[in-house]
Write a protein that binds this ligand. Structure first.
Ligand code: TNX
Length: 526
């Protein structure tokens, strides 16, 4: 009986059975269905990739996969007709859904759309050892356990926002942020491009916006801005990863940087209330034109709600028109975000008038407006979106008008909120948000009267009043950006924090390889 035992030892040491089955792999966001097959597929030095279906996008996805493996292992798979890692574009219209079929002979990544193929690649990469995230430390061959994955997202809009206005971040840092989003199958990147403390995108018809308004940031640093060329580069980088940029120009409040750049956007001084009326005999109701407007001063603090455009100035709307037009020309996606939050010093009627006109301008240039939930107090155009961040009534107002809501509850999704009272960065006006708080909520069950069909999707913002560099960005978003990715992608009936936290611990091995500065939450067994 020694012979069979010897044979068994011999075969099991051949390495054809990987340690973990496919269902034991830690994939985030959790796919809908994972099942095990028998045996495993080996990626080795001679593996190559085959494309079935055509399109520039598929070629790019194939080279993306090849480069990830190549960078990690030193051996870049070729793209060839004989390849056994197969990217297969099928003919339906479910563009984000995908499947992965792993057998001993092949891996077939299949989808009706390029986004689905890209997501399939992201999932596949998560089944590889953590060294897939390294430069050259992945040892080939690697075994991928056989089985099948079938997956599709719960919400069509899965977003994250980066505030580049309070502190400015370089194009390289923004690309790093996009890379993180892409691995988690996010598909909308909201760029908060203007605020009281900074104007961050070149507008050729109003050059002082960046010259003056872009010249500083919170704390008085030198700020910065993206040229139109750089903005295009960001848009393209995101688009290649199936992420659509949503540019935001926040107005009519949060506009101090613009008001500091152009005196003529400020309301003038009414001389009838000043010196002149004591010198002249004008009738009391004389409508004296406002004269001698003064620019606002640059602002580097973190208060909100003190600035407003002059909503009755014709020039204000010329300005909005020029800004929207120039940004729309650079932005292929369907949305333009007009802000609209915390306009505490704009009269209510003026606010309504302004927001409605801004929406018209956005529509004139062919885009759909998104605004923070306050915009629902105005008449929304059909299709326009209210981004819920904390006012339940505003969300209901949007739905009553027949409009959809984008869910960003500050208590769950604001990544600038501290994890707990000891977090060295961040604010806590909405809540302390631990990783399980960010995970344990259901968008379709969060607000009374707001059902799944009223929800466009989920977005997790990073405001940057206290965030100054890449390491600090990482600390605030890892691991919460993983939690929200799963909230947006995986049906809530399938979600469970204990299970998620085990997968997070496993994902953190890749973060270690990448040198990510993440928050080691005590609620996860790392
Ligand atoms: C509220 S949320 C804001 C931002 C701040 C953020 C800080 C929203 C629409 N406005 O201006 O940066 O809180 O957490």
């Amino acid at each position: 009986y020694l012979i069979p035992i010897l044979l068994l030892i011999l075969f099991s040491s051949c390495g054809s059975q990987p340690e973990e089955s496919l269902t034991e792999k830690s994939i985030i966001p959790l796919p809908r269905e994972v099942s095990n097959g028998s045996g495993s597929f080996q990626i080795n030095q001679s593996s190559s990739i085959k494309i079935e279906g055509s399109g520039e996008g598929i070629d790019w996805i194939a080279s993306f996969l090849a480069d990830e493996i190549g960078k990690a292992s030193g051996s870049t798979p070729a793209v060839s007709d004989g390849g056994t890692i197969i990217l297969q574009r099928t003919s339906g219209t479910n563009y984000e859904a995908y499947s992965i079929d792993i057998s001993e002979e092949s891996i077939i990544l299949s989808s009706d759309g390029e986004p689905g193929l890209f997501y399939a690649v992201q999932t596949l990469l998560q089944t590889l050892p953590p060294e897939i995230a390294s430069n050259g430390q992945l040892e080939l061959p690697v075994e991928i356990p056989a089985g099948k994955i079938i997956d599709e997202p719960e919400y069509g809009y899965r977003g994250s926002m980066l505030d580049v206005a309070r502190h400015f971040f370089s194009v390289e840092d923004v690309k790093h942020y996009i890379d993180i989003m892409a691995r988690l199958k996010y598909n909308f990147f909201h760029l908060h491009l203007s605020d009281d403390q900074g104007w961050r995108i070149e507008i050729k018809s109003w050059p002082k916006l960046t010259e003056i308004g872009g010249s500083t940031e919170v704390g008085g640093g030198e700020g910065g801005f993206y040229t139109q060329e750089e903005y295009r580069e960001i848009v393209n980088y995101a688009a290649q990863r199936y992420i659509t940029v949503v540019p935001e120009i926040d107005m009519p409040g949060h506009t101090n940087a613009a008001l500091a750049s152009y005196a003529e956007l400020n309301p003038g001084v009414n001389l009838a209330n000043g010196v002149l009326d004591s010198l002249t005999k004008l009738p009391l109701d004389y409508d004296m034109p406002l004269v001698n407007p003064q620019p606002a001063e640059l602002y580097t603090g973190i208060e909100v709600g003190f600035s407003t455009f002059a909503t009755d100035l014709p020039l204000t709307y010329q300005f909005v028109d020029d800004v929207v037009r120039e940004i729309v020309e650079l932005t292929p996606g369907p949305y333009f975000h007009i802000g609209g939050d915390e306009s505490h010093v704009t009269e209510k009627g003026d606010y309504i008038n302004f927001v409605e006109r801004a929406q018209e301008i956005v529509a004139k240039y062919g885009k759909i407006s998104i605004g923070w939930d306050e915009v629902a107090t105005t008449t929304l155009r059909p299709e326009n979106i209210a981004q819920y961040w904390g006012d339940d009534e505003n969300a209901l107002l949007a739905v009553e008008q027949g409009n959809k809501v984008l869910m960003s509850p500050a208590k769950k999704t604001y990544m600038d909120m501290q994890y707990d009272s000891t977090t060295y960065l961040g604010l806590h006006w909405a809540a302390y948000i631990e990783v399980d708080d960010a995970y344990n909520w259901d968008p379709a069950n969060y607000l009374e009267g707001i059902e799944k069909e009223n929800i466009l999707g989920v977005e997790t913002p990073l405001w940057s009043e206290t965030i100054t560099n890449r390491e600090e960005i990482e600390y605030m978003i890892f691991p919460r950006i993983y939690a929200t990715a799963e909230v947006a992608w995986t049906p809530s009936s399938m979600r469970n924090f204990n299970n998620f936290s085990e997968r997070l611990a496993s994902a953190s091995k890749r973060w270690d390889v990448r040198g990510i500065n993440y928050y080691k939450s005590p609620r996860v067994n790392w």
